[in-house]
Design a binder for this molecule. Structure first.
Ligand code: EPU
Length: 336
């Protein structure tokens, strides 16, 4: 186990915020996991497990211990005629895993290309993009609970996957260790998401080829989303809100051009980016934080932001969407 005290978190969160953690440990084997629940261990409390810190906002210094998984390899553990079962370590970098599986001819994850973060965090908030989400490919998740010291395997039906949610989000003491993914040996692309379909059509690309779809997703993301290595951010800051028919119809009557997705017979999902843009937040700066110029759902660190700056901007946006549309936005990022 690697243990570091009084660590700067600048390189451990994609917002690039300069908070500090009292302790940061890297888990390398089973004994390290057991040590977490050993009552004689004197690591500062509370514990929190992080991946690449791509969905976190450190609003202040972290007084406890941050835990990172170091296991970063994957292998095929079972092979069938149409698909393979892959076991991937929580410490794998997500996009490297996507790229490597596609290169070997194991398909499915192409729409989830270029999402920052680790494999271990993929089930926690059920990462999703361009009409696909991690839950579609996860078979089971192996984890460890530092509160009880027990290991457990959760079959997908017990993971309570939903839009940017899962059972893991409700149990911060569970550390994801490995995940088993079922990936197809036959190309079965999903390209109905409007921005993806438009891009493929406009460029006359083969929408049935997963490698082409990956390149398209990479292009679209690079053109819209800021690179966190250049300008700190944590992707979408808020979830897209789901509203009932009455509120939806009343907003639509005033804004017939409003984009939306039908969620169920009585509920609709509205892009938070559209709401934020309507309230004229796009490009607005407040102290060291800002709203990205190309994608209003992304809050950025202009270079000198503190976690408080980002939170203050987020709070003002939430208030203005509530006042103008009667919709409550909820953060997608986890605030620590
Ligand atoms: N739009 C605006 N203004 C903007 C940006 C977008 O009005 O500044 C409108 C457009 O009409 C667009 C619609 O919002 O058609 C949706 O925009 P986009 O396709 O960019 O997707 P999103 O809903 O903003 C979601 C995910 C992203 C994911 C994309 C693509 C959430 C919270 N975010 O964003 O995920 O990459 O779809 O599938 O669901 C993330 O979770 O960190 C993330 C980046």
């Amino acid at each position: 186990m690697k243990i570091n005290y009084h660590v700067s978190l600048k390189d451990f969160n994609t917002f690039g915020l300069d908070a500090k953690a009292a302790c940061l440990i890297e888990i390398e084997d089973w004994d390290d996991l057991q040590a977490l629940s050993d009552s004689t261990s004197d690591f500062p409390k509370p514990y929190y497990c992080i991946g690449q810190g791509s969905n976190l906002l450190f609003s202040r210094d972290y007084e406890g211990t941050l835990i990172r998984m170091a296991n970063n390899s994957w292998e095929v553990i079972e092979e069938y005629q149409d698909y393979v079962l892959i076991q991937a370590g929580a410490g794998c970098i997500w996009d490297e895993f996507v790229e490597q599986t596609l290169a070997k001819g194991y398909f499915g994850l192409e729409n989830l290309s270029l999402i920052p973060g680790t494999v271990g965090s993929s089930p926690v908030q059920n990462i999703g993009a361009y009409g696909a989400e991690a839950a579609q490919f996860i078979e089971r998740v192996h984890c460890f609970d530092w509160e009880t010291g027990l290991f457990a395997t959760l079959e997908k039906e017990y993971c309570e996957f939903g839009y940017r949610q899962s059972i893991f989000k409700q149990h911060p003491s569970w550390v994801v260790i490995w995940i088993e993914f079922a990936l197809s040996k036959m190309a079965q692309t999903q390209t109905y998401y409007q921005a993806l379909e438009d891009y493929l059509e406009k460029n006359e690309l083969d929408s049935g080829n997963p490698l082409v779809v990956r390149s398209a997703v990479v292009e679209i993301r690079n053109s819209k989303l800021p690179d966190y290595k250049k300008i700190g951010n944590a992707g979408s800051f808020f979830k897209n809100p789901v509203v009932g028919a009455e509120l939806f119809e009343s907003i639509r009557a005033k804004h017939p051009q409003m984009p939306f997705y039908v969620e169920s017979e009585t509920t609709y999902k509205i892009p938070a980016a559209w709401l934020i843009e309507q309230c004229e937040w796009k490009g607005v700066r407040l102290n060291g934080a800002g709203v990205h110029e190309n994608q209003a759902l992304i809050l950025v660190n202009l270079g000198w932001a503190t976690g408080k700056d980002v939170l203050e901007l987020a709070d003002r946006i939430v208030e203005s969407i509530k006042n103008n549309f009667g919709i409550q936005l909820h953060p997608e990022v986890i605030v620590l």
